[in-house]
Design a protein around this ligand. Sequence first.
Ligand SMILES: C[S@@+](CC[C@H](N)C(=O)[O-])C[C@H]1O[C@@H](n2cnc3c(N)ncnc32)[C@H](O)[C@@H]1O
Length: 166
Amino acid sequence: MSRLDSFIRRLEAQRACLDRATELVRDLDGIVLELGLGNGRTYDHLRELFQGRDAPWRDIYVCERQVAAHPDCVPPADRLLLGDMFKTLPAAGFLIDRVALAHFDAGTGDDAANRSLAAGLRPLILPLLRGGGVLATQQEMTCPELTALPLPGGVADGRYHLYRRV
Ligand SMILES: C[S@@+](CC[C@H](N)C(=O)[O-])C[C@H]1O[C@@H](n2cnc3c(N)ncnc32)[C@H](O)[C@@H]1O
């Protein structure tokens, strides 16, 4: 598969998983947490899903080390946890047990670094997720507190991950 095909499939998987995660939390109160703003593509999609016309409105908080998003996709200052997540997540006590849907997309093209980042941040993300809350993540985050969920049709195993907080 060409790198272009792989890139397209990754983005299709990401969108399909965010859409599925939205359905999965439909009956669960709670906020949305975007972990890794980047240029704001998935944040913008989450805004459509949770703050768009006819969407059931939810607060969206965003973590990012340094904002470099498209100008239309910069979160309001009071919804942005600016800085290294290893520092901002432990300091975000107000998020504990309040997140219905978290989306983790903080990686780079370096698989080993991504695995290490995910393993390091997982214990900081878990306490924020409500019981029954959903984590959508590009990196695997297997642990006893998270139950792996089936992926939407067309998304290859391992390309993206959906978990439910036990
Ligand atoms: C792949 S990009 C996110 C792409 C974004 N979801 C989108 O669709 O445009 C990853 C982002 O995570 C951020 N990031 C990575 N590690 C971080 C950390 N430890 N703390 C805060 N932000 C981090 C990077 O600065 C980068 O902007």
